[in-house]
Design a protein around this ligand. Structure first.
Ligand SMILES: [Zn+2]
Length: 89
């Protein structure tokens, strides 16, 4: 698969209320079950799910802001939401 083909692959993202992308997963048939779980987790958090491309994810993925990604001092270890751990890109 070329880099361009990979960038064009459909993906799902979970967007936190602050606007940051905090979950991203490639929409591939063999991942359908996992993706359904990830998307359900995002929706439970009250976040927005969007269908984009892998290239979009690569361009817009970031470390998060202070709202969704508090500075280390305030963040308890292993307190990250489950959706945040799903990044198979
Ligand atoms: Zn944020």
């Amino acid at each position: 698969m070329t880099e361009e083909e990979r960038a064009a692959m459909p993906a799902y993202i979970g967007r936190a209320p602050c606007g940051c992308i905090r979950m991203a997963t490639i929409d591939e048939p063999h991942r359908a079950k996992e993706n359904a779980k990830e998307i359900a987790a995002v929706l439970r958090l009250g976040w927005t799910v969007e269908r984009v491309t892998a290239g979009y994810v690569r361009e817009h993925w970031g470390p998060g802001c202070e709202q969704c990604n508090p500075p280390p001092k305030k963040r308890a270890k292993k307190a990250s939401p489950a959706a945040q751990e799903a990044l198979p890109l």
